[in-house]
Design a binder for this molecule. Structure first.
Ligand SMILES: Nc1ncnc2c1ncn2[C@@H]1O[C@H](COP(=O)(O)OP(=O)(O)OP(=O)(O)O)[C@@H](O)[C@H]1O
Ligand SMILES: [Mg+2]
Length: 365
Protein backbone atom coordinates (compact mmCIF):
# COMPACT_ATOMS: atom_id res chain seq x y z
CA UNK A 1 0.00 0.00 0.00
CA UNK A 2 2.84 2.32 0.79
CA UNK A 3 5.33 1.38 -1.86
CA UNK A 4 2.83 1.50 -4.71
CA UNK A 5 1.10 4.84 -4.71
CA UNK A 6 -0.50 4.64 -8.10
CA UNK A 7 -4.08 5.91 -7.96
CA UNK A 8 -5.52 2.41 -7.74
CA UNK A 9 -3.12 1.40 -5.02
CA UNK A 10 -4.25 3.64 -2.16
CA UNK A 11 -5.97 0.82 -0.41
CA UNK A 12 -7.58 -0.04 -3.75
CA UNK A 13 -10.11 2.56 -2.78
CA UNK A 14 -10.21 4.74 -5.84
CA UNK A 15 -11.50 1.81 -7.88
CA UNK A 16 -14.74 1.85 -5.85
CA UNK A 17 -17.67 3.51 -7.64
CA UNK A 18 -17.84 7.15 -6.72
CA UNK A 19 -21.40 7.45 -5.56
CA UNK A 20 -23.80 4.98 -4.05
CA UNK A 21 -23.20 1.45 -2.91
CA UNK A 22 -23.56 -1.12 -5.68
CA UNK A 23 -26.44 -3.56 -5.93
CA UNK A 24 -25.58 -7.20 -6.75
CA UNK A 25 -26.36 -6.30 -10.34
CA UNK A 26 -23.79 -3.50 -10.22
CA UNK A 27 -26.16 -0.52 -10.27
CA UNK A 28 -26.16 2.10 -7.51
CA UNK A 29 -28.61 1.64 -4.63
CA UNK A 30 -31.10 4.53 -4.82
CA UNK A 31 -30.54 6.93 -1.92
CA UNK A 32 -27.60 4.94 -0.51
CA UNK A 33 -24.89 6.91 1.24
CA UNK A 34 -21.65 7.55 -0.63
CA UNK A 35 -19.02 5.02 0.42
CA UNK A 36 -16.51 7.74 1.20
CA UNK A 37 -16.84 11.19 2.69
CA UNK A 38 -14.01 12.51 0.52
CA UNK A 39 -12.71 11.07 -2.73
CA UNK A 40 -9.72 12.62 -4.42
CA UNK A 41 -8.71 11.21 -7.78
CA UNK A 42 -5.50 12.11 -9.59
CA UNK A 43 -5.86 15.72 -8.53
CA UNK A 44 -3.43 18.34 -9.90
CA UNK A 45 -3.03 22.07 -9.21
CA UNK A 46 -0.78 24.24 -11.31
CA UNK A 47 0.00 27.88 -10.65
CA UNK A 48 1.43 28.90 -14.05
CA UNK A 49 4.27 26.46 -14.73
CA UNK A 50 4.57 25.46 -11.09
CA UNK A 51 2.84 22.25 -10.00
CA UNK A 52 1.76 22.67 -6.37
CA UNK A 53 -0.25 19.43 -6.21
CA UNK A 54 0.92 16.64 -8.44
CA UNK A 55 -1.41 13.73 -9.25
CA UNK A 56 -2.64 12.90 -5.74
CA UNK A 57 -5.34 10.32 -5.01
CA UNK A 58 -6.85 9.22 -1.70
CA UNK A 59 -10.20 8.51 -0.10
CA UNK A 60 -11.42 9.38 3.38
CA UNK A 61 -13.97 7.09 5.00
CA UNK A 62 -17.10 8.35 6.72
CA UNK A 63 -16.29 9.44 10.29
CA UNK A 64 -12.57 8.92 9.83
CA UNK A 65 -9.97 11.37 11.15
CA UNK A 66 -7.55 11.71 8.27
CA UNK A 67 -4.29 13.65 8.47
CA UNK A 68 -2.38 15.42 5.71
CA UNK A 69 1.16 15.74 6.92
CA UNK A 70 3.95 17.60 5.19
CA UNK A 71 6.47 20.44 5.45
CA UNK A 72 5.84 24.06 4.45
CA UNK A 73 4.95 24.38 0.81
CA UNK A 74 4.09 20.66 0.44
CA UNK A 75 0.69 21.52 -1.03
CA UNK A 76 -1.56 20.80 1.98
CA UNK A 77 -3.53 24.07 1.90
CA UNK A 78 -3.79 23.93 -1.88
CA UNK A 79 -5.31 20.46 -1.59
CA UNK A 80 -7.80 21.66 1.03
CA UNK A 81 -8.71 24.70 -1.08
CA UNK A 82 -9.48 22.46 -4.05
CA UNK A 83 -11.49 19.98 -1.96
CA UNK A 84 -13.51 22.80 -0.41
CA UNK A 85 -14.32 24.52 -3.74
CA UNK A 86 -12.22 27.61 -3.00
CA UNK A 87 -9.91 27.27 -6.01
CA UNK A 88 -10.42 25.50 -9.34
CA UNK A 89 -8.83 22.10 -9.93
CA UNK A 90 -6.35 21.94 -12.82
CA UNK A 91 -6.88 18.20 -13.47
CA UNK A 92 -8.43 15.23 -11.70
CA UNK A 93 -11.48 15.13 -9.44
CA UNK A 94 -12.56 15.67 -5.87
CA UNK A 95 -15.91 14.50 -4.49
CA UNK A 96 -17.41 15.50 -1.18
CA UNK A 97 -20.10 13.10 0.04
CA UNK A 98 -20.44 11.99 -3.56
CA UNK A 99 -20.69 15.52 -4.99
CA UNK A 100 -18.12 16.49 -7.60
CA UNK A 101 -16.74 19.81 -6.31
CA UNK A 102 -16.33 21.18 -9.84
CA UNK A 103 -19.83 20.23 -11.02
CA UNK A 104 -21.87 20.52 -7.81
CA UNK A 105 -20.00 23.04 -5.67
CA UNK A 106 -23.11 24.18 -3.75
CA UNK A 107 -24.07 20.65 -2.72
CA UNK A 108 -20.47 19.96 -1.70
CA UNK A 109 -20.30 23.22 0.29
CA UNK A 110 -23.42 22.34 2.24
CA UNK A 111 -21.67 19.26 3.62
CA UNK A 112 -18.53 20.95 4.88
CA UNK A 113 -17.10 23.12 7.62
CA UNK A 114 -13.71 24.72 6.93
CA UNK A 115 -11.18 26.21 9.31
CA UNK A 116 -8.62 27.98 7.14
CA UNK A 117 -4.97 28.24 8.11
CA UNK A 118 -5.17 31.98 8.86
CA UNK A 119 -7.30 33.14 11.80
CA UNK A 120 -10.34 34.88 10.35
CA UNK A 121 -12.76 35.68 13.19
CA UNK A 122 -13.79 39.32 13.49
CA UNK A 123 -11.68 40.78 16.29
CA UNK A 124 -14.11 43.58 17.15
CA UNK A 125 -17.03 41.23 17.76
CA UNK A 126 -17.62 39.13 20.83
CA UNK A 127 -17.17 35.37 20.80
CA UNK A 128 -20.91 34.84 20.63
CA UNK A 129 -21.42 37.45 17.89
CA UNK A 130 -18.84 35.72 15.71
CA UNK A 131 -20.78 32.48 16.04
CA UNK A 132 -24.14 34.15 15.38
CA UNK A 133 -22.92 35.76 12.18
CA UNK A 134 -21.84 32.40 10.82
CA UNK A 135 -25.03 30.69 11.92
CA UNK A 136 -27.05 33.35 10.08
CA UNK A 137 -24.82 33.07 7.03
CA UNK A 138 -25.58 29.36 6.90
CA UNK A 139 -29.32 29.88 7.48
CA UNK A 140 -29.41 28.01 10.76
CA UNK A 141 -32.97 28.64 12.11
CA UNK A 142 -33.05 31.13 15.04
CA UNK A 143 -34.16 28.62 17.68
CA UNK A 144 -31.61 26.07 16.58
CA UNK A 145 -28.95 28.82 16.45
CA UNK A 146 -29.22 29.62 20.16
CA UNK A 147 -29.12 25.96 21.14
CA UNK A 148 -26.26 25.06 18.81
CA UNK A 149 -24.13 28.05 19.87
CA UNK A 150 -24.64 27.33 23.57
CA UNK A 151 -23.67 23.69 23.00
CA UNK A 152 -20.60 24.60 20.95
CA UNK A 153 -19.39 27.16 23.48
CA UNK A 154 -19.45 24.40 26.10
CA UNK A 155 -17.75 21.99 23.77
CA UNK A 156 -14.82 24.32 23.07
CA UNK A 157 -14.70 25.52 26.68
CA UNK A 158 -15.47 29.16 25.88
CA UNK A 159 -18.87 29.45 27.56
CA UNK A 160 -17.63 31.88 30.16
CA UNK A 161 -15.96 34.01 27.49
CA UNK A 162 -19.07 34.31 25.30
CA UNK A 163 -19.29 38.09 25.84
CA UNK A 164 -15.54 38.74 25.55
CA UNK A 165 -14.28 40.65 22.54
CA UNK A 166 -12.41 38.29 20.25
CA UNK A 167 -9.32 40.52 20.26
CA UNK A 168 -8.88 39.85 23.99
CA UNK A 169 -8.58 36.06 23.49
CA UNK A 170 -5.30 34.12 23.45
CA UNK A 171 -4.24 32.37 20.22
CA UNK A 172 -5.46 29.01 21.54
CA UNK A 173 -8.86 30.44 22.50
CA UNK A 174 -9.26 32.06 19.09
CA UNK A 175 -8.52 28.73 17.44
CA UNK A 176 -11.17 27.10 19.61
CA UNK A 177 -13.63 29.84 18.64
CA UNK A 178 -12.89 29.20 14.97
CA UNK A 179 -13.44 25.49 15.43
CA UNK A 180 -16.83 26.21 17.04
CA UNK A 181 -17.63 28.59 14.18
CA UNK A 182 -16.86 25.91 11.61
CA UNK A 183 -19.42 23.63 13.25
CA UNK A 184 -22.42 25.96 13.75
CA UNK A 185 -24.26 24.60 10.71
CA UNK A 186 -23.67 20.92 11.63
CA UNK A 187 -21.39 19.98 8.73
CA UNK A 188 -20.72 16.29 8.05
CA UNK A 189 -17.17 16.83 6.92
CA UNK A 190 -14.78 19.13 8.73
CA UNK A 191 -11.59 20.48 7.17
CA UNK A 192 -9.01 21.99 9.52
CA UNK A 193 -5.87 23.54 8.06
CA UNK A 194 -3.11 23.53 10.69
CA UNK A 195 -5.37 24.26 13.66
CA UNK A 196 -2.47 24.13 16.11
CA UNK A 197 0.42 25.81 14.30
CA UNK A 198 1.82 28.65 16.37
CA UNK A 199 0.15 27.51 19.59
CA UNK A 200 2.09 26.71 22.75
CA UNK A 201 2.21 23.00 23.70
CA UNK A 202 -0.51 23.33 26.36
CA UNK A 203 -2.94 25.02 23.96
CA UNK A 204 -2.10 22.45 21.30
CA UNK A 205 -3.05 19.62 23.62
CA UNK A 206 -6.27 21.47 24.52
CA UNK A 207 -7.17 21.67 20.82
CA UNK A 208 -6.48 17.93 20.29
CA UNK A 209 -8.59 17.01 23.28
CA UNK A 210 -11.35 19.24 22.08
CA UNK A 211 -11.32 17.64 18.64
CA UNK A 212 -11.49 14.22 20.30
CA UNK A 213 -14.52 15.39 22.31
CA UNK A 214 -16.25 16.82 19.27
CA UNK A 215 -15.65 13.61 17.40
CA UNK A 216 -17.17 11.54 20.21
CA UNK A 217 -20.31 13.72 20.25
CA UNK A 218 -20.94 14.31 16.56
CA UNK A 219 -20.91 12.12 13.49
CA UNK A 220 -18.14 13.88 11.69
CA UNK A 221 -15.44 13.11 9.18
CA UNK A 222 -12.33 15.17 9.89
CA UNK A 223 -9.51 16.06 7.51
CA UNK A 224 -6.73 17.88 9.31
CA UNK A 225 -3.39 19.19 8.09
CA UNK A 226 -0.42 19.55 10.36
CA UNK A 227 3.33 19.44 10.46
CA UNK A 228 3.36 18.17 14.01
CA UNK A 229 4.12 14.45 13.87
CA UNK A 230 3.04 13.76 17.46
CA UNK A 231 -0.32 15.33 16.76
CA UNK A 232 -0.91 13.36 13.59
CA UNK A 233 0.13 10.17 15.36
CA UNK A 234 -2.24 10.72 18.24
CA UNK A 235 -5.27 12.10 16.43
CA UNK A 236 -5.42 10.52 13.01
CA UNK A 237 -6.65 7.10 12.01
CA UNK A 238 -4.77 7.38 8.72
CA UNK A 239 -2.12 9.77 7.50
CA UNK A 240 -1.11 10.87 4.03
CA UNK A 241 2.43 12.25 3.88
CA UNK A 242 2.73 14.92 1.19
CA UNK A 243 6.01 16.35 -0.02
CA UNK A 244 6.65 18.72 -2.95
CA UNK A 245 3.04 18.26 -4.09
CA UNK A 246 3.25 14.46 -4.21
CA UNK A 247 1.74 11.78 -2.00
CA UNK A 248 4.67 9.80 -0.66
CA UNK A 249 2.97 7.48 1.85
CA UNK A 250 -0.54 6.73 3.09
CA UNK A 251 -1.58 4.42 5.90
CA UNK A 252 -2.47 4.13 9.58
CA UNK A 253 0.29 5.64 11.78
CA UNK A 254 1.14 2.24 13.21
CA UNK A 255 1.46 0.72 9.74
CA UNK A 256 3.56 3.65 8.51
CA UNK A 257 5.93 3.16 11.45
CA UNK A 258 6.06 -0.58 10.83
CA UNK A 259 6.96 0.09 7.19
CA UNK A 260 10.23 1.75 8.19
CA UNK A 261 13.06 -0.77 8.48
CA UNK A 262 14.06 -0.98 12.14
CA UNK A 263 11.75 -1.05 15.13
CA UNK A 264 13.66 1.18 17.56
CA UNK A 265 15.49 4.46 17.44
CA UNK A 266 18.55 4.95 19.61
CA UNK A 267 19.63 8.51 20.22
CA UNK A 268 23.15 8.48 21.54
CA UNK A 269 25.76 11.13 22.12
CA UNK A 270 29.43 10.14 22.22
CA UNK A 271 32.35 12.14 23.53
CA UNK A 272 34.89 12.92 20.80
CA UNK A 273 34.24 9.88 18.60
CA UNK A 274 36.97 9.00 16.03
CA UNK A 275 36.44 9.94 12.38
CA UNK A 276 35.44 6.43 11.25
CA UNK A 277 32.89 6.10 14.06
CA UNK A 278 29.79 6.24 11.85
CA UNK A 279 31.21 3.45 9.69
CA UNK A 280 31.83 1.34 12.80
CA UNK A 281 28.29 1.93 13.99
CA UNK A 282 27.00 0.80 10.60
CA UNK A 283 28.79 -2.52 11.08
CA UNK A 284 26.72 -3.39 14.14
CA UNK A 285 24.08 -6.12 13.67
CA UNK A 286 20.47 -4.97 13.21
CA UNK A 287 21.38 -1.33 12.41
CA UNK A 288 19.38 -0.17 9.38
CA UNK A 289 20.26 3.51 9.18
CA UNK A 290 22.25 6.20 10.95
CA UNK A 291 21.93 9.96 10.96
CA UNK A 292 24.78 12.01 12.36
CA UNK A 293 23.25 15.09 13.93
CA UNK A 294 26.55 16.77 14.87
CA UNK A 295 28.36 17.19 18.23
CA UNK A 296 28.82 13.40 18.56
CA UNK A 297 25.05 12.85 18.41
CA UNK A 298 23.69 9.94 16.33
CA UNK A 299 20.17 8.77 15.61
CA UNK A 300 20.32 5.05 14.90
CA UNK A 301 17.48 2.93 13.54
CA UNK A 302 17.73 -0.70 14.56
CA UNK A 303 15.66 -3.86 14.35
CA UNK A 304 16.68 -4.82 17.88
CA UNK A 305 17.00 -1.93 20.33
CA UNK A 306 18.33 -3.83 23.32
CA UNK A 307 20.99 -5.80 21.40
CA UNK A 308 22.23 -2.70 19.56
CA UNK A 309 22.38 -0.74 22.84
CA UNK A 310 24.59 -3.43 24.42
CA UNK A 311 26.85 -3.54 21.36
CA UNK A 312 27.10 0.27 21.21
CA UNK A 313 28.23 0.46 24.81
CA UNK A 314 30.69 -2.41 24.24
CA UNK A 315 32.38 -0.81 21.22
CA UNK A 316 32.48 2.56 23.00
CA UNK A 317 34.19 1.02 26.05
CA UNK A 318 36.58 -0.90 23.81
CA UNK A 319 37.50 2.25 21.85
CA UNK A 320 37.74 4.42 24.96
CA UNK A 321 34.92 6.68 23.69
CA UNK A 322 32.66 8.15 26.38
CA UNK A 323 28.85 7.87 26.10
CA UNK A 324 27.28 11.17 27.19
CA UNK A 325 23.64 10.17 26.79
CA UNK A 326 21.62 7.33 25.35
CA UNK A 327 17.90 6.77 24.86
CA UNK A 328 15.97 3.99 23.15
CA UNK A 329 12.56 4.74 21.66
CA UNK A 330 10.10 3.17 19.28
CA UNK A 331 10.15 4.49 15.71
CA UNK A 332 8.15 7.67 15.28
CA UNK A 333 6.45 9.37 12.36
CA UNK A 334 9.59 11.55 12.13
CA UNK A 335 11.46 8.42 11.09
CA UNK A 336 8.69 7.65 8.61
CA UNK A 337 9.08 11.11 7.09
CA UNK A 338 12.86 10.70 6.79
CA UNK A 339 12.40 7.25 5.27
CA UNK A 340 10.04 8.43 2.54
CA UNK A 341 11.54 11.84 1.76
CA UNK A 342 15.19 11.47 2.75
CA UNK A 343 14.89 14.62 4.87
CA UNK A 344 13.97 15.53 8.43
CA UNK A 345 10.68 17.36 8.74
CA UNK A 346 11.99 19.52 11.57
CA UNK A 347 14.92 20.68 9.38
CA UNK A 348 12.48 21.63 6.65
CA UNK A 349 10.42 23.66 9.11
CA UNK A 350 13.47 25.38 10.53
CA UNK A 351 14.55 26.32 7.00
CA UNK A 352 11.12 27.72 6.25
CA UNK A 353 10.82 29.66 9.49
CA UNK A 354 14.34 31.07 9.10
CA UNK A 355 12.89 33.22 6.29
CA UNK A 356 9.81 34.43 8.08
CA UNK A 357 11.05 35.03 11.63
CA UNK A 358 11.46 38.79 12.08
CA UNK A 359 14.68 39.88 13.77
CA UNK A 360 14.27 40.46 17.50
CA UNK A 361 14.23 44.16 18.30
CA UNK A 362 17.28 45.37 20.16
CA UNK A 363 19.46 42.47 19.02
CA UNK A 364 20.63 43.89 15.71
CA UNK A 365 24.18 45.14 15.52
N1 LIG B 1 -1.96 31.34 -5.33
C1 LIG B 1 -0.75 30.82 -5.53
N2 LIG B 1 0.04 31.23 -6.54
C2 LIG B 1 1.26 30.69 -6.75
N3 LIG B 1 1.81 29.72 -5.99
C3 LIG B 1 1.09 29.29 -4.95
C4 LIG B 1 -0.22 29.81 -4.66
N4 LIG B 1 -0.69 29.17 -3.56
C5 LIG B 1 0.28 28.30 -3.17
N5 LIG B 1 1.34 28.38 -4.01
C6 LIG B 1 2.56 27.57 -3.92
O1 LIG B 1 2.19 26.20 -3.92
C7 LIG B 1 3.00 25.45 -3.01
C8 LIG B 1 2.12 24.76 -2.01
O2 LIG B 1 1.57 25.73 -1.13
P1 LIG B 1 0.60 25.38 0.05
O3 LIG B 1 0.18 26.64 0.68
O4 LIG B 1 -0.46 24.46 -0.45
O5 LIG B 1 1.58 24.54 1.00
P2 LIG B 1 1.31 24.01 2.48
O6 LIG B 1 1.66 22.55 2.48
O7 LIG B 1 -0.05 24.39 2.92
O8 LIG B 1 2.41 24.80 3.32
P3 LIG B 1 2.36 25.45 4.82
O9 LIG B 1 2.70 24.32 5.75
O10 LIG B 1 3.41 26.48 4.77
O11 LIG B 1 1.00 26.00 5.03
C9 LIG B 1 3.97 26.44 -2.39
O12 LIG B 1 5.18 26.37 -3.09
C10 LIG B 1 3.30 27.78 -2.60
O13 LIG B 1 4.25 28.82 -2.72
MG1 LIG C 1 -0.76 25.53 4.41
Amino acid sequence: MISDLSPKANGGETSVPSSGTSTPGGGPVPGAAAPYAIEVERIVKKFGDFTAVDDISFNVKEEEIFGLLGPNGAGKSTLIRMMTTLIPITAGKARIAGHDVAKEPDQARRMIGVIPQALTSDLDLTVEENLHIYAKLYDVPKKERERSIAELLELVDLAKWRHAQTKTLSGGMRRRLEIARGLVHHPRIFFLDEPTTGLDPVSRVAVWEMLGNIKSQRQLTILITTHYMDEADRLCERIAIVDHGKLVALDAPIALKASVPGSNVIEVQFENPPTDWEERLHNLDDVTSIQHEGAGMYRILTGNGSRTTTELVEIAVHAGVGVKSLSVQNTTLDDVFVHYTGRQLRDELQKAYAFVMPPRPGLQP
